[in-house]
Design a protein around this ligand. Sequence first.
Ligand code: KG4
Ligand code: ZN
Length: 333
Amino acid sequence: MSERPVLLAIESSCDETAAAVVRDDYTVVSSVISSQIALHAKWGGVVPAIASRQHVIAMNGVIKEAVETSGFSPEDFAAVAVTIGPGLPGSLAAGISAAKALALAWQKPFVAVNHLEGHMFSAELDGGQIEFPAVYLLVSGGHCMIIYAPERGKYKLLGSTRDDSVGEAYDKVARELGFEYPGGPVIDKLSLQGTDTYQFPRPMMNVGYDFSFSGLKSAVRREIEKGDIIKENIATSFVVAAMDLLTTKLMKAVREYHPRSVLVVGGVSKSPILRQMLTGSAFKDIHVIFPSLKYSTDNAAMIGAAGWWQFKEHGPSPIDLPMMSGLSLPLAE
Ligand code: KG4
Ligand code: ZN
């Protein structure tokens, strides 16, 4: 068994209560995720008050399971890392309180991690190798960004969404079609059965790196409101338009910045269609790196990897650091 040090990581920024034990080479010893999806499904999205309540209920059990299955004891941990933001305030508070309490009780360093950086480390877990400079497409329920990183920890935001994230658009289209939250997986599956008969618009497709998904979403809604629709074709036409926007901008960044690694991370990176498009003929000379499916959506292992890097690079965080629900990426000048 490797003797490399381990830390405990906790994540609770949205609707997954998660804890993981991760080594300093980003190998995952244990990773436990308690999903609240069933509680939010009928509401069509995450209900913040339900989410924070459920984190409080699940948190201790999730941490206990991650620690016990890792085989390590509190004295073995080099630090306790946690997502400090961005996210829902009530959700973040549950994980931060638990992490601070453990760090104090165990007398271990406390490490506050940016959730977005967590996603950016997700493809490096369990042996994933990347090189810099890198270009990231971060596509999740809360974010849609293209980031250029000339080196580890230095970020230039090339573009982000001006309205909805792509995950949000998926979820809203799913709701219009009468499906429960989260819509991503349902719409993806349905889209494999249809054809692109609706040819939805691709707003801002050839304008810079920013995204806009609200126009696409409204076009889908208008079509649904007309009635007499073929759900499969709506799903296919929406997915093809959304993916076209994502892949076009990613390709533009690759051509302009010539990165050594191209990464696609965040919940929407689970999409088989997106993975297929980014490994297809248009991208044949570019090796696009994805996290393994279990680390695409929110998890604590990615927070552990980002936490290790941050701890080694910048040391521990102050224990009285407040929650930062609106945190963005630390950008280089
Ligand atoms: O990264 P994530 O777990 O949470 C945030 O940080 O926001 O992403 C959740 C998002 C949801 O909007 C969900 O609909 C979407 O990821 N998603 C998918 C798939 N699985 C989850 N989108 C497209 N295809 C999927 N298979
Ligand atoms: Zn996330």
